[in-house]
Structure formats: structure tokens, C-alpha cells
Ligand binder design. Structure first.
Ligand code: ADP
Ligand code: ZN
Length: 524
């Protein structure tokens, strides 16, 4: 059937674009063929078009399940504003009054509506279910599908009810879309939606136009930010802070320095928030200082910088937040300020939470710290985190690649680490392995009698600062892997085992040093 549809014509006619981006065409054909589809694409990759275009071509109405009310209105307005788009999209959510709901329903009955956006809460409402049973549904699109998983950065329990509701309303193909690509989240999504056989389209998560940099967070951080903004006059940017109080303080400081800035966080009332959003989109404001409450679904294509005032809680969150820069493919500078003290603060926040949650939280935090401290290409580290290997050694567009450190020989150190991991039966985490090779007889090590092994203290006379970078770079090079489902235990890979028998060259770079409030425990 799809061969007869000229997709390029349709793309041009409805959206005004000349060609498809990435996998869009293959994805759309798969949807048109009536298959379940799973789309993993980074922010800005062009996910929306993958369900919008087929919905316009296919008979019936597509149901788009989307988590945020604000996001829905925005998307619907965009579609209805397109050529030939007038009135083809609607949304159903708690913000509509009775007569507006009736209008939507009558448009659907009349066959005018090709796309219906619904929040999962509205989808589960009895009235709506009964109504939708009477409608011809072309397919279901589940946007931001990672909300299904507790391992995603934005878990929403209502998302778990999507499959049962679909079965009630009436089966039709499902297309799930997300920008979160970790394996754990991916399996959760497929299982929960019951789309084990879905065709999967995973695009590269590399965003070549984004520049990544980490700076030590010193007393001068505000001054540095002001300077940076003044060097980019009139450019749009977002600054993320962890605490609402900091958001407000920093926004005031920027304003006092003649920068058109505004604060945004969930504690402000909704009219202030939507005005701030609009002002940002209309460019009455250049810089938004915000908590992570800001950004989901904000499609401002020309955000030129994203600054993290505080180090984020996870690399996934970091990737999402920085992903809001340069969506149009133009420049996007992503700068994070890092201090070890902030890590401690974040760990403190976790105290009191359930143990399992604390554990996930700590693992995620450690990955962020490793990202900040390492001198390896930032892009390589981010992509590795998403299960993607970046083959080049130097990306040319991150601080570590622009100012590369001299490499040193890491062969002996790697061998010591790999043998240590084997000696403790691949049952321990990074910190434990580091203590073990240093020869620190901690309570934990003594209780396992590991201080009696030959490999204990094998690296005692070497530079203490070697071990973390060696382990991280061994992970990147594939000699070790971290078992994320299992407390982050270090495991040897096949090539790690091979390395123990016959070594190859292994060059490493030492970590960046964070002198300001950098707590050095290496001489303990
Ligand atoms: P995502 O949901 O994956 O973050 P969007 O669907 O918001 O991405 O698309 C990102 C941007 O790319 C939007 O501004 C959109 O208009 C644009 N876009 C999508 N597809 C194309 C295309 N084929 N050609 C040009 N621009 C496109
Ligand atoms: Zn790089």
C-alpha cells in the first residue's frame, strides 16, 4: 500500500520540508504498513513527524498519548497552523470545559480530526473510553515513552495503564517514541506496551553541533556566567540550577547586570510560568534561569547555550537538558559547573529515601562525577553511556578534545586492575577495586579476607590518582563492563580476559583536577 503514497509530496505539502531527516521515512512506512514501531531518537531528531505525517495520510484518528498538558497545546497549535492543517489536531485533557470537549468529539465523529492528543489520565476516563470505542483509530502513538520506566528520568505510573486501556478501546498498531536509550528503559517500554516484536529504529544519539565543557565551580561562577552571556549577546540560553532559591537569586543577579533574564520553577504560579515561557519563545527574554521543571516540550529551535550551575543528578538528565540547545542544527554550547562539594550535597538529599532508590541514585550520580572529572572526550563518554561507541578519538567539539592532555602508558595499571577484578570474582564495585589495588585493608575487604590474596595491594607503590581514570577508560575500551542491574559490579569482558593473557598497548589520560574544594583522599 505504501508504495502508492508519495511521501515526499506529503512532507512538502503538509510540513513544507524538502526531505526526511534520519530514519523518518523508514519509520513512517513501517507505521503505514500497520506494524508496531519503536523509535529511539535524540531530542531534536524529529520524532513528532514520525506519527504526525502518517496520521494525516491514514484513514481514522491517531491517538497521541503525551505526558504534559502544556506540551500538547503547543503541538496542536503548530499542526493546526500548518498549510492544510487547520482543525486536523485536537487535544483532550482536564483543561477543557464541557462544551470544548463536545466540540472535539463532534469533530472526531465528522472525521475531521486526524490527531487526538490525550494525557494518560484522560485516556483512562470512562466517558472517553466509551467514546473512543466508537471511533476508527488509525494507530496509537506513545510519546515520551520512557515515562513507563522507573529507570527513566521521568517515571509516571499512569503510563503503566496504557496497554490495558488500548485493549479496551480497540487494538491498533502502536508507535512508541523516546529520547532515552538505555537498555533498561528500552526493555521496560516494550514489555509494558506489549510490543515485543516492534520494529526498532535507533538513531545515533550524537549531536555533533553541541559543544560540551565542564568548568570547576569556584567563587567566580556568577561572574563567569555573566561574562559568558555578554559574549553571546541576544542569544537564547537556559541556566539550570538545582534549588528554587538559587534560580531566583541568579535571575536577579543577571537582571542587575542588564541581562534579559527570568526565573522559572514549579513553585511559581502557572500564569507567571506560561508568561515566562512565551516571553522566551518570543525573545522578549534571552535567558531563563530554571529548575529542571523547565524545558520538556519547549520547541525553541535556536537555544544557543545550556548552562548547568549545579552538576545534574544523572547523565540521562544531563543529556536531555543539554539536548535543548541547537535543535535547529546550529551552535549549542553546553557548560556544566562542577564541584565535589555539590556531589556530597546531592548524596545528602538522597538520605532517607528507600535503600534501593538511594542505590540507583548513587550509581547515576557517580556516572555524572566520572563524566565531569575525566579528560576523555565528553561526547565519547555520553554516547558510551547510551550504549553507543563513538569511534573517533577526538571529536574536536568538547573541552577535552580542544585541549587534549598528553597520554601516558596505562598498560601495567590496567593489568593490575583486570587481575584484581578477576581475583575478587567480579563481585565488587569500582571503589572496592580501587581500595583493593591500593592495599587499603578496609573493614569490607578484611571481612571478605581479600587482604590475604596475592593481588591485594598490587598497585600500592603506584600513583593513587591512576586508578579511577584507568577503570573508566577500561570501561570505554571494553575491557571491563559495569553490571548496572546488579549494583554496578565490575565484570571482565572477553577482551578483558584476553588482555590478561596477552597485553596490548593501552594509553590513558589522567583526570582533570578540580583544585577548588577538591577533596583529595589520595594520600590517606
Ligand atoms: P523531537 O520530538 O525528536 O525532539 P521534533 O519532532 O520536535 O523533535 O523536531 C525537531 C525539529 O526538527 C523541529 O523544529 C521540526 O520542525 C524539525 N524537523 C522535523 N523533521 C524535519 C525534516 N524532515 N526536515 C526539516 N526539519 C524537520
Ligand atoms: Zn570530544
Amino acid at each position: 500500500m505504501t508504495k502508492e503514497v508519495n511521501l515526499i509530496d506529503a512532507l512538502k505539502r503538509y510540513f513544507g520540508f524538502d526531505k526526511f531527516k534520519g530514519d523518518q521515512e523508514a519509520i513512517i512506512r513501517n507505521v503505514l504498513d500497520g506494524n508496531d514501531t519503536f523509535v529511539l531518537m535524540p531530542t531534536g531528531g524529529g520524532k513528532s513527524l514520525c506519527y504526525q505525517l502518517p496520521s494525516l495520510i491514514m484513514p481514522g484518528t491517531a491517538i497521541v498519548i503525551s505526558p504534559l498538558i502544556a506540551l500538547m497545546k503547543n503541538q496542536v497549535d503548530v499542526i493546526n497552523g500548518m498549510s492544510e492543517g487547520d482543525g486536523v489536531a485536537h487535544y483532550l485533557n482536564s483543561s477543557l470545559n464541557k462544551s470544548a470537549v463536545e466540540q472535539v468529539k463532534s469533530d472526531i465523529r465528522a472525521g475531521k480530526t486526524k490527531l487526538l492528543y490525550v494525557a494518560p489520565e484522560s485516556l483512562t476516563k470512562e466517558d472517553n473510553v466509551e467514546f473512543l470505542k466508537t471511533v476508527k483509530i488509525s494507530f496509537y502513538a506513545v510519546d515520551e515513552a520512557h515515562c513507563i520506566s522507573e529507570w527513566g528520568h521521568d517515571f509516571r505510573p499512569e503510563y503503566r495503564r496504557i496497554r490495558p486501556i488500548i485493549s479496551q478501546i480497540g487494538n491498533a498498531p502502536v508507535i512508541a517514541l523516546t529520547a532515552t536509550a538505555t537498555d533498561k528503559v528500552r526493555t521496560d517500554i516494550k514489555r509494558s506496551l506489549g510490543i515485543a516484536d516492534a520494529h526498532e529504529f535507533k538513531s545515533s544519539f550524537n549531536r555533533p553541533n553541541l559543544y560540551y565543557e565542564v568548568r570547576p565551580k569556584t567563587k567566580d561562577v556568577d561572574k563567569q556566567i555573566i561574562m559568558f552571556i555578554k559574549q553571546h549577546p541576544g542569544k537564547s540560553g537556559i541556566i539550570y540550577c538545582l534549588a528554587r532559591k538559587k534560580v531566583e537569586e541568579l535571575a536577579e543577579i543577571l537582571k542587575a547586570n542588564d541581562i534579559k533574564a527570568a526565573a522559572y520553577h514549579a513553585g511559581l504560579d502557572s500564569s507567571t510560568r506560561s508568561k515566562t515561557q512565551d516571553d522566551f519563545l518570543m525573545e522578549n527574554i534571552d535567558v531563563i534561569v530554571a529548575t529542571i521543571a523547565f524545558g520538556m516540550g519547549i520547541d525553541k529551535p535556536d537555544v544557543r547555550f545550556v548552562i548547568h550551575y549545579d552538576i545534574p543528578k544523572s547523565l540521562e538528565g544531563y543529556y536531555q537538558e543539554t539536548g535543548r540547545a541547537g535543535r535547529d542544527g546550529g551552535e549549542g554550547k553546553c557548560i556544566a559547573f562542577y564541584a565535589k562539594k555539590d556531589l556530597k550535597k546531592l548524596e545528602k538529599f538522597m538520605e532517607g529515601k528507600p535503600v534501593a532508590e538511594q542505590d540507583i541514585g548513587r550509581q547515576l550520580l557517580q556516572e555524572t562525577a566520572a563524566y565531569a572529572e575525566s579528560s576523555v572526550c565528553r561526547r565519547k563518554m555520553l554516547l558510551h553511556y547510551f550504549g553507543e561507541e563513538y569511534e573517533q578519538d577526538n571529536c574536536g567539539n568538547c573541552d577535552n578534545c580542544k585541549h587534549p592532555k598528553t597520554k601516558i602508558d596505562g598498560k601495567d595499571a590496567l593489568l593490575i586492575i583486570l587481575k584484581a577484578v578477576a581475583a575478587v570474582k567480579e563481585n565488587f564495585r569500582q571503589e572496592y577495586i580501587v581500595d583493593f589495588v591500593k592495599g587499603r585493608g578496609t573493614d569490607d575487604i578484611v571481612s571478605h579476607k581479600h587482604d590475604q590474596l596475592d593481588e591485594f595491594g598490587a598497585g600500592a607503590d603506584m600513583d593513587n590518582k591512576l586508578w579511577n581514570p584507568v577503570i573508566r577508560q577500561a570501561l570505554l575500551a571494553g575491557y571491563l563492563r559495569k553490571d548496572v542491574e546488579n549494583y554496578g559490579l565490575l565484570k571482565l569482558t572477553a577482551s578483558g580476559k584476553r588482555y590478561i593473557k596477552s597485553q596490548e598497548p593501552f594509553m590513558i589520560v589522567m583526570d582533570n583536577e578540580f583544585t577548588d574544594d577538591y577533596v583529595d583522599d589520595s594520600n590517606e
